[in-house]
Design a protein around this ligand. Sequence first.
Ligand SMILES: Nc1ncnc2c1ncn2[C@@H]1O[C@H](COP(=O)(O)OP(=O)(O)O)[C@@H](O)[C@H]1O
Ligand SMILES: O=C(O)[C@H](O)[C@@H](O)[C@H](O)[C@H](O)COP(=O)(O)O
Length: 181
Amino acid sequence: MTKTTSEGQSVIVMGVSGSGKSTIAKRLADELGEGAIYLDADDYHSEEHKKKMASGHSLTDEDRLPWLQKLVKVLDSHLERDPSQTVFLACSSLKKWYRDILREAILQHHPVRFLYLDGSRDLLYSRLSSRQGHYFQASGLDGQLEQLEKPDPAVETDCVSISVDAPIKEIIENARKALGI
Ligand SMILES: Nc1ncnc2c1ncn2[C@@H]1O[C@H](COP(=O)(O)OP(=O)(O)O)[C@@H](O)[C@H]1O
Ligand SMILES: O=C(O)[C@H](O)[C@@H](O)[C@H](O)[C@H](O)COP(=O)(O)O
């Protein structure tokens, strides 16, 4: 079903580092215009965890739990104020149980879907290697790929997947088509 922005929904743009979550979530919010906002889960990592990732180490489940809980609070405060907003959240959401935490929190307010950005290790590594000014290092990519539980659309029926092996404009078109927005 195609939803208009006035009805409100959340789209969690997920995938490993370098898959384009921030770029795509921001572009989608910009294109949808008024009533749509972009949030980035990276803004809620502690300094300690950013340092850990900057040294090439992956976060653990124990590291991520307080971060996910913080994200739930942030989402709740946004959506309580205005459930008619459409929220594009860039968030790695690497494991199904992380997605379940976010899903449950958002569903209190309005519908939620996940947009999984899929790309080969080589493509993502090359994009990370040329990205400037970010704490995450390309050397941490393999750890993330090991931890990733790709969403199975037969089980997680609210997930759609698109390839990121394309120019940004084409990815946005494909994302909008896949999400019906
Ligand atoms: N489709 C694309 N084509 C070329 N470069 C891209 C594309 N998508 C993202 N990038 C670049 O790749 C890097 C990683 O993208 P980013 O949005 O930061 O990913 P993530 O948030 O998943 O880590 C950035 O430098 C970004 O500008
Ligand atoms: O769950 C995690 O381990 C982090 O959220 C991680 O997945 C995220 O990728 C980094 O914070 C780097 O940020 P970018 O994904 O934006 O590169």
